[in-house]
Design a protein around this ligand. Structure first.
Ligand code: AQP
Length: 334
């Protein structure tokens, strides 16, 4: 079986972008791959974070993975910081990654601007840690949203550099991963601006639907979301980014095909479509929320899931780490 690795940060609430761009696809492919899904808590402190909520947020993401349908029969769920090989490999990769590769990263530039003086070295290093996450598991595929594409290209560049410097053609040190980006849902847009992505860090709660939003909140957000004055609803019109985004949300949450959605919605006005989208979103999120509230307070269960996940992850990760250590010429552990 080929292997898959992906993760989400335990920061803020997971929203429909995280779900439709990433987690939902993990659920779909988990039976075809050996899958590792981590809660990337080391990434979470690259921006200012609250130590009072980090541990609980980590449980929350693990519980949401399970609630969304990640099945332990096929997949391993673990916490990034529990497998210390992530930090160790990240350090080794840091020392072979040129600084200007990191300075070019769009996400760094965007987040750095927002933070002004407080930008940490960790924020710059974020993609190197992500490369370590992926490369440790010899992942063949990395299912992520469109916004992570550049970081994946960097991961591949780092792997090439390590292999060129320290490996041979026959015996590469690191496996080359490939991005797996879904056709639909790879870039879910904000409810208040169809040209910017739905994101946890948008200061406006109205810009996103969180997986744990109550029906009332979902209804309010969709009622107030940005639309336009054009008659009828269409996909893929660059002049109507909000319309494309809302129809795409309906398509993904209803499970209907594009043709079915076009036939159903092309003559609708917003007054008719919004309640339809609202009901569909509430119905799609209900089973996830039910399952989540069933398990979130059972810390014993979540701990056992994460403990077992850690053991499985460590076995694979430590093997790769020693391969890299050997290739770099370190004195082996004895
Ligand atoms: N809007 C989105 N559409 C599709 N996919 C998305 N992802 C995030 N936003 C969208 C995907 O979700 C996964 C988790 O990424 P993360 O934990 O790194 O998320 P994040 O960066 O904390 O979340 P945001 O909302 O993207 O936060 P900020 O505000 O920091 O920009 C990834 O696979 C990502 O592609």
């Amino acid at each position: 079986l080929q292997r898959v690795l992906s993760g989400v940060q335990p920061t803020g609430n997971l929203h429909l972008g995280n779900y439709l761009g990433a987690i939902r696809n993990w659920v779909e492919i988990q039976q075809e791959y050996e899958s590792f899904f981590c809660v990337v808590d080391l990434h979470a402190i690259t921006v200012p974070h609250d130590p009072k909520t980090l541990a609980q947020d980590t449980y929350k993401i693990a519980a949401l993975y399970l609630a969304c349908g990640i099945d332990l029969q096929y997949s391993t769920i673990f916490v990034q910081s529990h497998v210390t090989a992530h930090s160790e490999l990240a350090w080794l990769l840091n020392c072979i990654t040129p600084l200007n590769w990191l300075e070019r990263m769009i996400q760094f530039k965007e987040k750095a601007i927002k933070q002004g003086e407080n930008v940490s070295v960790g924020l710059l290093n974020y993609p190197v840690l992500m490369a370590a996450d992926i490369l440790l598991y010899n992942a063949d595929k990395v299912p992520v949203g469109e916004d992570q594409k550049q970081h994946l290209e960097l991961t591949r560049d780092i792997a090439v550099r390590v292999n060129d410097k320290y490996g041979t053609r026959k015996n590469p040190v690191l496996k080359m991963p490939e991005p797996m980006i879904a056709k639909e849902g790879a870039r879910v847009m904000s409810l208040t601006d169809g040209t910017s992505k739905m994101s946890k860090s948008d200061p406006s709660e109205m810009s996103r639907i969180n997986l744990l939003d109550t029906p009332d909140v979902i209804q309010k957000k969709i009622k107030r979301c940005k639309t336009d004055l054009v008659k009828g609803l269409t996909f893929d019109d660059p002049e109507r980014p909000e319309c494309n985004n809302l129809l795409t949300l309906y398509l993904l949450l209803s499970g209907k095909t594009k043709e079915e959605v076009i036939a159903e919605c092309q003559d609708m006005g917003w007054g008719q479509f919004k309640p339809l989208l609202t009901d569909t979103a509430i119905a799609a999120l209900k089973p996830i929320q039910d399952k989540y509230y069933e398990i979130i307070d059972d810390q014993g269960y979540l701990q056992s899931v994460l403990r077992e996940g850690r053991f499985k992850a460590e076995t694979v990760a430590n093997e790769t780490l020693s391969r890299v250590r050997n290739a770099l010429g370190y004195l082996p552990l004895f």
